[in-house]
Write a protein that binds this ligand. Structure first.
Ligand code: GLP
Length: 257
C-alpha cells in the first residue's frame, strides 16, 4: 500500500484527478470503478474541471459503480444512479450506455448480481477503482463480517451505516435496509485502487484498515492484499496512523517516474 498524506481534501482530489487523467489519456477505453458518498465529490468536481479545461474526454470510458440501494429507482434523488448522474455523468462526455450501476429494482436480485459480475468481466475488468470507506470499515457496502472473497450480491446495511447515511435522506427510516454491492473479492480483482478518506471522523477506521490485522470485521483491511493500492488521505484522516512520519518520508522521497 502506498499511503499519501496531503494537507487538504482539495489536494487529494487534485492528485486523484491527475492519476485518472494519466490513465484515461494513456488508455481512452479504460474501465473505471466509481464510488458514491461525500468523499469522491471533490474528485468528481476535479474530473469535470479536467474535462472542461484540459480536454479530458470520457467518451470511450466504461464505468462500474460499486453499489446501489435496493428499492430505489434511478430517478430517486438518494439512489446512487441519480447521484452519479448529478455529480459526474451529466457534466462530462461519458456515454450513458457505458455507465453501469447495479439495478436496485431488478425483479431477481441474484440474477442482477451475477450479470453485473459478468459485465465487469466482459469489459476486461476494472483498471482503476475509486473507494471511500465507511466508519465501520466497509468498502462498497461490504459491511463487517463480509467474506473477503465475496462477489456482487445483496447485503443488509448495519445500524451504523444506516445512521451515517441518514443525512442524505429525510429520516433514518427512509434509508433502505438492503443494497447490492460488489464483493470484497470483486474489489480485490481490480487492477488498481485509489482509496480516499477525509476528516478526523475517519482516522480510527483508517488506522485499523491500514495498520491493523486483515479481518472481515474491517473489510477495508483486505486491501492490504491488493498489489496496487494508493490510500490518499488528508491530515486529519491520517492523524492516528502510527507510522505517519514514515509514510510522509516515503512519499517525499518517491522516485520520479
Ligand atoms: C456509503 C457508500 C460507500 C462509501 C461510504 C462512505 O456507504 N456505499 O461506498 O465509501 O458511504 O461515505 P462518505 O464518503 O460520505 O463518508
Amino acid at each position: 500500500m502506498e499511503i499519501i498524506i496531503l494537507p487538504s481534501k482539495e489536494d487529494c482530489a487534485k492528485l486523484g484527478g491527475q492519476l485518472i487523467f494519466n490513465l484515461v489519456k494513456g488508455n481512452p477505453e479504460c474501465v473505471l470503478g466509481l464510488a458514491t458518498g461525500s468523499t469522491p465529490v471533490p474528485l468528481y468536481e476535479e474530473l469535470i474541471r479536467l474535462h472542461k479545461e484540459d480536454n479530458l474526454s470520457f467518451s470511450n470510458v466504461t464505468s462500474f459503480n460499486l453499489d446501489e440501494y435496493i428499492g430505489l429507482s434511478k430517478n430517486h434523488p438518494c439512489s446512487y444512479r441519480y447521484f452519479m448522474q448529478e455529480q459526474l455523468f451529466n457534466s462530462v462526455d461519458i456515454n450513458f450506455n457505458s455507465t453501469h450501476v447495479p439495478n436496485g429494482l431488478a425483479d431477481d436480485i441474484q440474477v442482477e448480481c451475477e450479470a453485473y459480475e459478468q459485465s465487469i468481466l466482459d469489459a476486461g475488468g476494472i483498471d482503476l477503482q475509486i473507494l471511500g470507506i465507511g466508519s465501520d470499515g466497509h468498502i462498497g457496502f461490504n459491511e463487517p463480517c463480509s467474506s473477503l472473497s465475496s462477489r456482487t450480491r445483496m447485503k443488509t446495511l448495519t445500524g451504523e451505516t444506516i445512521k451515517d447515511n441518514a443525512r442524505f435522506f429525510e429520516s433514518e427510516n427512509d434509508v433502505p435496509r438492503h443494497c447490492i454491492t460488489m464483493g470484497v473479492g470483486t474489489i480485490l480483482d481490480t487492477k488498481s485502487v485509489l482509496l480516499f478518506a477525509f476528516g478526523e471522523g475517519k482516522s480510527d477506521v483508517i488506522s485499523k484498515a491500514i495498520e491493523g490485522p486483515i479481518s472481515s470485521m474491517v473489510p477495508a483491511s483486505a486491501l492490504q492484499l491488493h498489489p496496487k493500492v494508493k490510500v490518499i488521505l488528508d491530515e486529519p484522516a491520517a492523524s492516528k496512523l502510527v507510522n505517519i512520519d514514515y509514510y510522509k518520508e516515503v512519499y517525499a522521497n518517491r522516485p520520479s517516474s
